[in-house]
Design a protein around this ligand. Structure first.
Ligand code: ADP
Length: 269
């Protein structure tokens, strides 16, 4: 086991359905996520990104191949290993509206993340305030209810909740797609800062290459369940090698404030 590798995916195949109705969605995905790095997964809708995310957190079982986090097989972990695995890999939800219980305060939601059985805000107050401040939220948010927060604030809380148990890997699947455009950039900037501050290891999924670029060290391009290109982010944007990557680059409208087109090379004639 290579200590520098947090996530190891080998020849991963995932399908849905049985017998004659079975459909293969992922066709032999192989990739690594090194510790402290962010890998962006991009592809159009239906390319298998969410299926890959679910396989990484053990929500779908591979039909072939393997996913290991910290050297442990995700899908075959049982009992205590399985509970430990749930804490090791945290998924930040897509939709901040449905991810928080409307009857519980933000403080209660965060206390539960640290201590699922005896969630007491008072016992964890300092830690909760620390994490609220980490996601740039005022300390008094602790006593508010989700409906008193904006969509962007709720997504910050969801990020705090995912990070505060110090997972080995964070999976962020389309976490800005339910937000207003102006708020998307705020959340991306926050994640871009946090990944440096907290040395996060992350798999960041989006259909938008502009969004991916802002937070990724490397980019994996998924097309109909296959990886068609895998490259350091800077190379991929400057020199996309696969036709499909070029199509994606041409088709994205661009996220607010981010220039996603490759800049003209100085030596270009
Ligand atoms: P993406 O996240 O890139 O949009 P998904 O992983 O959600 O892609 O979906 C990939 C393909 O798998 C799609 O064709 C989708 O219809 C199919 N699919 C996703 N989930 C299921 C499921 N639970 N049962 C059957 N087919 C599914």
């Amino acid at each position: 086991m290579d200590e520098a590798i947090a996530v190891e995916v080998r020849d991963l195949e995932v399908g849905y359905g049985w017998g004659g109705n079975a459909t293969r969605i992922l066709h032999g995905i192989t990739m690594d996520v090194a510790r402290g790095r962010t890998v962006g997964i991009v592809g159009e809708s239906g390319s298998g990104k969410s299926t890959l995310a679910k396989a990484l957190v053990g929500l779908v079982r591979p039909t072939a191949g393997s996913v290991k986090v910290g050297g442990v097989h995700v899908s075959s972990a049982r009992g205590a290993d399985r509970r430990a695995m749930r804490r090791k890999v945290q998924m930040i939800p897509q939709d901040p509206y449905s991810s928080l219980d409307p009857r519980r305060t933000i403080g209660e939601a965060l206390a539960e993340a640290v201590d699922p059985r005896r969630a007491k805000v008072t016992a964890h107050r300092d830690e909760i305030v620390h994490w609220l401040e980490t996601v740039r939220m005022p300390a008094d948010t602790i006593d508010r209810y989700p409906h008193e927060c904006s969509g962007g604030q709720r997504q910050r809380v969801a990020i705090a909740r995912g990070l505060m148990i110090r997972p080995e890997v964070v999976i962020a699947d389309e976490i800005t797609s339910a937000l207003d455009v102006s708020v998307q950039a705020e959340i991306l900037n926050l994640l871009a800062s946090l990944r440096r501050e907290l040395d996060l290891t992350m798999v960041f999924i989006s259909h938008n290459l502009a969004v991916i670029r802002h937070v990724s060290d490397e980019v994996v391009v998924l097309y109909h369940g296959d990886i068609v290109e895998q490259a350091p982010a800077a190379d991929l944007y400057q020199r996309p090698r696969h036709e499909y990557t070029r199509t994606l680059l041409d088709s994205v409208p661009g996220a607010p404030g981010f220039d996603i087109r490759p800049r003209p090379r100085k030596d270009a004639s």
